[in-house]
Design a protein around this ligand. Structure first.
Ligand SMILES: Cc1cc2nc3c(=O)[nH]c(=O)nc-3n(C[C@H](O)[C@H](O)[C@H](O)COP(=O)(O)OP(=O)(O)OC[C@H]3O[C@@H](n4cnc5c(N)ncnc54)[C@H](O)[C@@H]3O)c2cc1C
Length: 382
């Protein structure tokens, strides 16, 4: 397997590195402190083509490979995890259902503005009573007046409530209350649709710059043109989209691990105790060496999952393995990096503390790590 980047992928990575170092690293920490989604930065990333990174040019994107996206994410996430989290949610789960399953008319109407970076995409699967158990969702769409009447509630939905958000692509049950079956379809609900409201931005331990909210649907009527693809295939569409989302969370985890490794190495070389830099103590050296080794292992899993997608091969198991490994490496590395910084690492004024707070969600979002274990075990035949 050859994961070396093409000329255009290398150019893109260079562009992301510059933008991340010059703009995101400068401005995003304040947005994190203020719990504000930095849509100014996301708009600028849109102008660079980054919001359509996985969408072909035909629909307003730049048609980069998944490997190229992972490499680009390594640069963006190095500077700030909230901006990177909003970006990846938009690029994968926020845009791909429309790209893969939407009609040309729907792509023109909703996907193009997403890919051109004018609007931000959101993915509505989770509900207060159904997270890991996606089949347990209660939001219902009933046939009514030549369209669909949607009632229900979604929880923890990212990117739906910003000044750039267009609305949400959501999953709903479509069998009638009297039926016993479980049929699911996906729909686009635009922001101004009557009956569609949302709660305030939620406050997380980390990802404080990410806009995550509850969404409420009370007798929301949408026409047939808002139904995405086959009305019997909504659950498959959503679960398939999450496979790509997991590669993206793995890539985000790589960037976090690299960031805390860089900070801890730098600090260990400068911080003097007992008359020498703490990097000279074997206890510190071993921590850094372990982080670097685990990061490299996670990196190979992630690029391999991306490569499989790019070459049209199944990647369900590999995406889960990458997400599982990379997120665990990230949380452990963040903890050790704080340890290396001592008391300073505990203080929110220090950048390593911000990345430490951002790490935990990587084990939860887009399928918890327990669910990744289940996916992998099932692929093994269990
Ligand atoms: C910051 C953030 C952003 C998010 N953004 C979005 C979004 O944009 N769109 C969206 O749809 N969702 C989003 N989510 C929701 C996220 O995907 C869910 O939180 C996640 O899937 C887990 O669901 P849950 O919170 O209901 O936990 P639960 O499913 O209730 O799980 C609770 C615990 O039980 C474990 N568990 C559950 N079932 C099993 C099992 N069968 N075997 C073993 N253990 C099990 C879980 O692993 C977990 O540890 C977001 C969440 C966060 C925190």
């Amino acid at each position: 397997m050859d994961f070396s980047l093409t000329e255009s992928e290398r150019e893109l990575v260079g562009l992301c590195r510059d933008f991340a170092q010059k703009e995101i690293a400068e401005r995003a920490p304040l947005a994190w402190q203020e719990s504000r989604c930095a849509t100014d930065l996301l708009r600028e990333m849109g102008a660079l083509g980054l919001l359509g990174i996985l969408i072909p040019e035909e629909w307003g994107g730049i048609g980069m490979s998944t490997v190229g996206f992972v490499a680009a994410m390594e640069q963006i996430g190095l500077a700030d995890q909230s901006v990177a989290a909003a970006w990846q949610a938009h690029v994968t789960i926020g845009s791909l259902p429309l790209f893969h399953f939407g009609s040309d008319g729907q792509r023109e109407r909703w996907l193009r503005p997403l890919a051109e970076g004018i609007a931000l995409g959101a993915f509505g699967l989770t509900e207060p009573d159904a997270g890991s158990d996606a089949r347990g969702i209660c939001t219902r769409a009933e046939r009514r007046d030549g369209g669909w009447l949607i009632n229900g509630r979604k929880a923890f939905i990212s990117n739906a409530g910003t000044d750039m958000s267009f609305g949400v692509t959501l999953l709903a049950r479509t069998e009638s209350a009297a039926e016993q079956g479980s049929r699911f379809a996906s729909f686009v609900v635009e922001k101004e649709t009557p009956g569609f409201t949302m709660g305030p931005k939620m406050r997380g331990i980390g990802w404080r710059g990410l806009d995550t909210r509850e969404l409420f649907f009370d007798d929301v009527w949408v026409g047939d043109d808002h139904l995405i693809g086959d009305p019997a295939m909504g659950l498959n569409q959503f679960l398939g989209t999450l496979e790509v989302g997991r590669i993206s969370i793995a890539a985000l985890s790589l960037s976090l691990t690299q960031a805390v490794l860089d900070m801890a190495t730098d600090y260990a070389q400068k911080r003097v105790q007992f008359g020498q830099p703490i990097s000279k103590f074997q206890a510190i050296q071993f921590k850094l060496a372990d982080i670097a080794t685990e990061l490299e292992a996670a990196r190979w899993l992630t690029y391999r999952a991306a490569y499989l997608r790019d070459t049209g091969q199944p990647f369900l198991k590999e995406a889960s393995m990458a997400k599982l490994k990379a997120s665990c490496v990230a949380t452990s590395a963040a903890s050790e990096a704080v340890q290396i910084h001592g008391g300073l690492g505990y203080m929110l004024e220090s950048p390593v503390a911000r990345f430490y707070c951002d790490a935990k969600v990587l084990e939860i979002g887009e399928g918890t790590n327990e669910i990744q274990h289940l996916v992998i075990a099932r692929a093994l035949g269990c």
